[in-house]
Design a protein around this ligand. Structure first.
Ligand SMILES: *Cc1c(COP(=O)(O)O)cnc(C)c1O
Length: 376
C-alpha cells in the first residue's frame, strides 16, 4: 500500500473497491428478496461516491433537512433514485422544503402525521412504530427501551390513519438477521392488523449485512416471507453495512514517551476524528498491530487534544514506534467523516478516495476557515 506514505495525515481514505464489494452483496439481497435498499446518510455521506452507490441502491434516507438536501442533490435527483426521511419531530419552517425533495416521509407518531399531512405534497407518508422488543443491551442504541421517544407504541396507535401508506421501524444496531426475525414477529403480533393495509414497510437500519458472519440467506428468507404474506414493498436502510470496512484513518505518530507504560501521541484524535471509539465505545483495528502484549512493543495511543480520555486504545507492534511512523486504522468510513469535530482547534482530516485502479485522489482538504466558519 504505497499510498500510505503519499497522503497528508490525518486523513480518511475511502476504499472504492471495498465499497463496491459491499454494494454487490446488498444488490444480491435486493435481487433475491425483492426488497429495496437505501443508504442511511447519517453513517456515511461521502457524496463523491454516490454515483457508485446509485449503480446498486434504490436511493437514500435522511435524518434531517440537510441530509435530505444532500441526498436529493447528489443521488436522488441526478440518478432518478428515491429520497426518504425520518425525524422524531419536524420543524414547521423546514417542512415545506423537505416535502419538496422527499418522496417518502416517515413521522414519529400519529400527531406529527396529522400536523403535516396536508403539506406533504404527494409524498408517500409513513409512521414509525415501536414494537417494544429490545434485541440488544446498549441503552443508548435501543429505541425499544423504557420511555423511548422513537416511534409509536401500539398503545399510541389505535388505528391506521387515512392516507398513511407505510410503517417504519428501526430497532437494530450492528445486528444479524435473527434479531430482525424476532423483531418482525413482535411487529406482526402488535401491529399485524395494519400490515395488510400498507404499501410499504421500512425495516430501518442496523442490519450488518456485509459483515462476514451475517446470515444473508435468513435475511432473504425473512423479507421474501413478509412480502409474500402482505404484498407490501420492503425497504431496508442500512448505513454501516454500506461502507463497512471501506475506509481508513491514517495518522502519524507525533511523539512517544514512557509514563508507567509506553505512550504514543498521534495526529488523529479519538475525540475529534473517531468519536464512536469513545461513545460506542469500541476498539478500532490497526493494520499490522495486535492486542496489548501480543506483539513485542505495547503502546497506549492517544490524540493530541487536552482531553485526558482522548485515548484510542492499547496496541502492540513488532517494532518500537518512532516519530513519523504511520498507522492505519481500519473501518473508518462510517460514523467518522460525518460525525467529526474541531474540538481544541484540531484540523479535520483530509478525505482521499482510493480508486479501484489503485490510484489515490485527494477529495477534500480542510483548513482554518472550516474551524472559524462555525464560530462567531
Ligand atoms: C441510524 C439509523 C439507520 C442506519 O443505521 P445503521 O446502524 O448505520 O445501519 C437507519 N434508519 C434510521 C431511522 C436510523 O436512525
Amino acid at each position: 500500500m504505497i499510498w500510505i506514505n503519499n497522503v497528508e495525515t490525518p486523513c480518511y481514505v475511502i476504499d472504492e473497491r471495498r465499497l463496491r464489494e459491499n454494494l454487490e452483496i446488498l444488490a444480491e439481497v435486493k435481487r433475491r428478496s425483492g426488497c429495496k435498499i437505501l443508504l442511511a446518510q447519517k453513517a456515511y455521506s461521502a457524496f463523491a461516491t454516490y454515483p457508485l452507490i446509485a449503480e446498486y441502491l434504490d436511493g437514500c434516507t435522511a435524518s434531517g433537512l440537510y441530509e435530505a438536501r444532500l441526498g436529493y442533490e447528489e443521488l436522488a435527483e441526478p440518478f432518478g433514485r428515491e429520497n426518504h426521511i425520518f425525524s422524531p419531530a419536524y420543524r414547521d419552517e423546514e417542512f415545506d422544503e423537505i416535502a419538496g425533495i422527499c418522496g417518502h416521509i416517515s413521522f414519529n407518531n400519529i400527531h406529527q402525521y396529522e400536523k403535516f399531512k396536508d403539506r406533504a405534497k404527494g409524498a408517500s407518508c409513513g409512521i414509525r412504530i415501536n414494537p417494544e422488543f429490545s434485541t440488544q443491551e446498549h441503552g443508548i442504541y435501543d429505541p425499544c427501551g423504557e420511555f423511548s421517544r422513537l416511534g409509536a407504541t401500539i398503545a399510541n396507535f389505535p388505528d391506521l390513519p387515512d392516507g398513511v401508506e407505510g410503517l417504519h421501524f428501526h430497532t437494530l444496531c450492528e445486528q444479524n438477521a435473527e434479531p430482525l426475525c424476532k423483531t418482525m414477529a413482535a411487529v406482526s403480533e402488535k401491529f399485524g392488523k395494519y400490515l395488510g393495509r400498507i404499501k410499504w414497510l421500512n425495516m430501518g437500519g442496523g442490519h450488518h449485512i456485509t459483515r462476514l458472519d451475517y446470515d444473508v440467506e435468513l435475511l432473504i428468507e425473512e423479507i421474501s416471507f413478509e412480502r409474500n404474506m402482505y404484498g407490501f414493498d420492503v425497504y431496508l436502510e442500512p448505513g454501516e453495512a454500506v461502507a463497512l470496512n471501506a475506509g481508513y484513518l491514517v495518522t502519524t505518530v507525533l511523539d512517544t514517551f514512557r509514563n508507567g507504560m509506553d505512550i504514543a501521541i498521534t495526529d488523529a484524535s479519538a475525540a475529534c476524528h473517531m468519536p464512536d471509539v469513545l461513545e460506542m465505545p469500541y476498539r478500532p483495528n490497526i493494520q499490522g498491530a495486535g492486542l496489548p502484549n501480543e506483539k513485542a512493543f505495547t503502546y497506549r495511543l492517544g490524540g493530541n487534544t487536552c482531553l485526558a480520555g482522548d485515548i484510542i486504545g492499547d496496541y502492540s507492534f513488532d517494532n518500537p514506534l518512532r516519530e513519523g511512523d504511520r498507522l492505519v486504522f481500519e473501518d473508518m468510513a462510517i460514523y467518522s467523516m460525518c460525525k467529526n469535530n474541531t474540538f481544541n482547534g484540531i484540523a479535520l482530516p483530509s478525505i482521499y478516495l482510493l480508486r479501484e485502479n489503485g490510484e489515490h485522489e485527494l477529495l477534500k482538504k480542510f483548513g482554518y476557515g472550516d474551524f472559524k466558519g462555525r464560530l462567531s
